[in-house]
Write a protein that binds this ligand. Sequence first.
Ligand code: HEC
Ligand code: HEC
Length: 413
Amino acid sequence: MLKTAIQLTLIATLIVTIAACSMMGDYEPLTLDSAPICQPATFTEQAGDWSAEEIATICSLWIGSLPELPPDPSNIYADDALAADFGHQLFFDTRLSANDDVACATCHIPELNFTDGLDVPIGGGPRKTQTIVGTAYSPWFFWDGHKDSQWAQALEPLESPVEHGGIRKQYVDLIAADPDYLAQYVAIFGELPDLSMDDGVTQVFVNLGKAIAAYERKIMPAASRFDQYAVAVMTGDERGMREAYSTDEAAGLELFINEASCVNCHNGALFTNNEFHGTNVFGTVDQGRLIGASLVVEDEFNCFSQWSDADSAECVDLRFILTDSPELDAAFKTPTLRNVAEMAPYTHNGAFRDLAGILEHYNRGGLGSGIGIVGHNDLLPLNLSDEQLGQLEAFLRTLSGGIDAPEEFLSAP
Ligand code: HEC
Ligand code: HEC
């Protein structure tokens, strides 16, 4: 009885939210007022061949189970609409670079799911450009997690010689000299501090990062065909299931959850546990998290720093960080798989051209390329058939749904 009531409420809420929303991607965003508790038997007991247990897992991957974005205690401007607007302008502004030709959007291109499609970005650098979509949910930033907030992350490329290549004083002078930027800055953060002092310059620089973070927090993945299928499964709508997915796509989802155990790491509605794992991806020697963990502890702009708005008690992730364990060696942040078909090449160094390539790597448990083990390997061989690998790939392709963000945020202001 209770179950039926929950089920009916779910269906009713879905219908209401579908009607109420307009969307960027091809599929409607299916959001509930609060994230559902994805326990077996919360929804229908069986749908097609899916068991109650599997339905609960599918629910946990569904975009509607994404919890409301938690506040960022280190950034009191994180949810300020004026800061997000200001951050939007900064994100696209090439004047924030040494030679006026690089903006964040040069590498994080909205049409490419906020990546650049390159193995390594323009300017070089050992690692592939990551997406910013949905990263507001992550406690760590960069492939090795050497930053612990979106605002602290944003400050690094601005001063990196292979990215924007400038220095903080130059950016602060730009704000002070541009009447439009200055007016926005003052409206959000108050009057400029004394810029003859280093601390004054750094304070303004930090605030630019906090505005960029407020913008990035608005960039989320949109519902995909997978989410349409998930809702059909959760409501026991077998016809809806057949309309949403081919048999191969459904078989791929089944492998993803069960035999291939991809959900061990790619879990939750963003298909990432936001943790670091060794998957034996070969390339240049890169110790990943082993170095990244120490860097974030020492970072000038971390959650404990004077520039953070958080009480140190609120810096839970940094407080409990693991810094010196063998499994951190060559471990990288689990990437989201939402919109993954649009994200080639794959992994931290762009080692795989296409999805078939990385799936072959997983099938061998990361082994068999004659290179032994890089750092620490968390994978086991899967021994799937070619047909099964094709099904996994077909499933991954259903995770594309575009971006959910205010329309004006997806291009230069
Ligand atoms: C030259 C290309 C380039 C430019 C310019 C650039 N980025 Fe990046 N971005 C990258 C690369 C490469 C990485 C991964 C680097 C690493 O892990 O070492 C990255 C990582 C990130 C991440 C981490 C995502 C995650 O999941 O951890 C965010 C967020 C981000 N960039 C935002 C920005 C912002 C904001 C700006 C502008 C201030 C910017 N980027 C400028 C190339 C670029
Ligand atoms: C042990 C944890 C773990 C498991 C299990 C796992 N992954 Fe991954 N996945 C990762 C990590 C970590 C990376 C990034 C590796 C790197 O950059 O070197 C990754 C990268 C990927 C990428 C590349 C995404 C991108 O944007 O570069 C795809 C696609 C992917 N995984 C799919 C899968 C599939 C499909 C399975 C199941 C067959 C799976 N993963 C199992 C942790 C895991």
